[in-house]
Design a protein around this ligand. Structure first.
Ligand code: ADP
Length: 377
C-alpha cells in the first residue's frame, strides 16, 4: 500500500467546508502544521476562538475525510484558536509574558502572555518514559498545595496523558463563555490535559507545530485564574517537541526525574542539557524508585546501589533534590487517582515529596520568581 502524501491529504481536506464561511478549509487557509509520516497524519485547523466549541463536528469531518484515504493509518486533527488571542487583563506576576508568538504560519500578532495569572511555571521532565515523572509531578503539585499555594497542573504529556487518571478526574471541561475552557479540579488542584479533550483510544501523532499549538491552547485558552505555581508534566524524552516546549513556555525552572539506572545511562544528563540549551534553570534532580522499600517489613534494598544520583548531580553542577523509594503504595495510590501526598499525608513517602516541593518553592523564592510566602504546616 502506497504511503499517503501531503498533497493527497490537502486534496481530501478541500472536500471539507467551514459551515459558516461556505468555502473549504484549505482554501480558507485554516489548515496548518500538516505532518504526514508513515501513514500517520496530523494537522491543526485554525479557527476563531469564539467559534472553537461549535466546531468539533468540523474537526471530526476533517479527520474522517483524511481517514478515508488509502494508506492512512491514523489521523489527528486539533482545533487551534490563535488568530485573535483572547484579551488578557493585568500583567504577568513573575517574569512570564515575553514569550514569542506561536510558531505556526499565519497573520502576525503581538506576543500575548500565555497564562497571565500564573506566577511561576515549573516543568517536570525526564530523559525517558516510565521513570515516574507523572507520579512525581502530581505529588509535588500536591505538596505545594499542602503548603497553602494555589497550584495548577498542566499535563503536557500529550503522547500519553496520565494526569486525569492519577488525579482521579474525568469528564470534559466546560466552556461557559464559549471562549475559554474551565480547568478541571482534582484534590484542590486545577488541571488541564489532552486526556480531557481527546478520547483515550485516539492515537496521538504529534510533531513540532502541533505540539506547540496544543500546549499553547492549554495555557492560553484555559481559565487558569491566579496561580502561585503551575507544574507542567512534560512529555518524556528530550526530542524536538520537548525542546520547543522548553523554549516557548515561560518556565521559571525545571526539575528532572530519573531512576538510578537512568542516571547511569546518562538519560538524565540529556534532560539537563536540553534545558540548559534553552537557558531554563534546572532546579534539581529527583531520584525516583531510588531503592526498594519492602511493604511488609520496611527493609530498604538498594538494588541499584546508593548515592549515584547525588554524586552525578554534584558532577553536573545541579542540586540533588531528594530520593523517593520504589514502594507499592506510591504505585497503587497514583494509579488509583489518590496520589499519596493527598491520600496518606502523614506517610514517610508524602513527607519525602513535600520536602522536595518545599525546597523547589524556596529555590524559586530566592531566585526572586516566587511571590507569596510559603506556609509551613
Ligand atoms: P512516567 O510519567 O515517567 O512515564 P509514571 O509516573 O506514569 O511514569 O509511572 C510509571 C509507573 O510507575 C506507574 O504505574 C506509577 O504508579 C509507578 N511508579 C512511579 N513512581 C513509583 C514509585 N516511587 N514507587 C512505585 N511505583 C511507582
Amino acid at each position: 500500500m502506497a504511503a499517503v502524501t501531503e498533497e493527497q491529504v490537502l486534496e481530501a481536506l478541500k472536500g471539507v467546508s467551514d459551515p459558516d464561511k461556505g468555502a473549504d478549509i484549505v482554501s480558507l487557509g485554516m489548515v496548518s502544521g500538516l505532518v504526514v509520516k508513515d501513514g500517520n497524519v496530523g494537522f491543526s485547523i485554525e479557527v476563531d476562538p469564539e467559534r472553537g466549541p461549535q466546531l468539533e463536528p468540523l474537526r471530526k469531518a476533517a479527520e474522517a475525510a483524511v481517514d478515508n484515504l488509502s494508506g492512512v493509518l491514523s489521523v489527528t486533527a486539533v482545533l487551534t484558536a490563535e488568530r485573535e488571542a483572547p484579551s488578557s487583563g493585568g500583567g504577568p506576576g513573575g517574569g512570564q509574558g515575553q514569550q514569542p508568538g506561536p510558531q505556526q504560519a499565519g497573520p502576525q500578532q503581538a506576543p500575548q502572555p500565555l497564562a497571565p495569572g500564573v506566577k511561576n511555571i515549573v516543568a517536570v521532565a525526564s530523559g525517558k518514559g516510565g521513570v515516574g515523572k507523572s507520579t512525581t509531578a502530581i505529588n509535588l503539585a500536591l505538596g505545594l498545595a499542602a503548603a497553602g499555594l494555589r497550584v495548577g497542573m498542566l499535563d503536557a504529556d500529550i503522547y500519553g496523558p496520565s494526569q486525569p487518571r492519577m488525579m482521579g478526574v474525568s469528564g470534559r471541561p466546560d466552556s461557559p463563555d464559549g471562549e475559554k475552557l474551565e480547568p478541571m479540579v482534582g484534590h484542590g488542584i486545577k488541571v488541564m490535559s489532552m486526556g480531557f479533550l481527546v478520547a483515550e483510544d485516539t492515537p496521538m501523532i504529534w510533531r513540532g507545530p502541533m505540539v506547540m499549538s496544543a500546549l499553547q491552547q492549554m495555557l492560553k485558552d484555559v481559565n487558569w485564574g491566579e496561580l502561585d505555581i503551575m507544574i507542567v508534566d512534560m512529555p518524556p524524552g528530550t526530542g524536538d517537541a520537548q525542546l520547543t516546549m522548553a523554549q516557548q513556555v515561560p518556565l521559571a525552572g525545571a526539575v528532572i526525574v530519573s531512576t538510578p539506572q537512568d542516571i547511569a545511562l546518562l538519560d538524565a544528563r540529556k534532560g539537563l542539557n536540553m534545558f540548559r540549551k534553552v537557558d531554563v534553570s534546572v532546579l534539581g534532580i529527583i531520584e525516583n524508585m531510588s531503592y526498594f522499600k519492602c511493604p511488609s517489613c520496611g527493609h530498604e534494598s538498594h538494588i541499584f546501589g546508593h548515592g549515584g544520583a547525588r554524586e552525578e548531580a554534584e558532577r553536573l553542577g545541579v542540586e540533588f533534590l531528594g530520593e523517593i523509594p520504589l514502594h507499592i503504595d506510591i504505585r497503587t495510590t497514583s494509579d488509583g487517582g489518590q496520589p499519596i501526598v493527598a491520600s496518606q499525608p502523614s506517610s514517610d513517602h508524602a513527607e519525602a515529596f513535600r520536602g522536595i516541593s518545599d525546597r523547589i518553592w524556596s529555590k524559586l523564592s530566592t531566585a526572586g520568581r516566587a511571590m507569596p510566602e510559603i506556609v509551613i504546616e
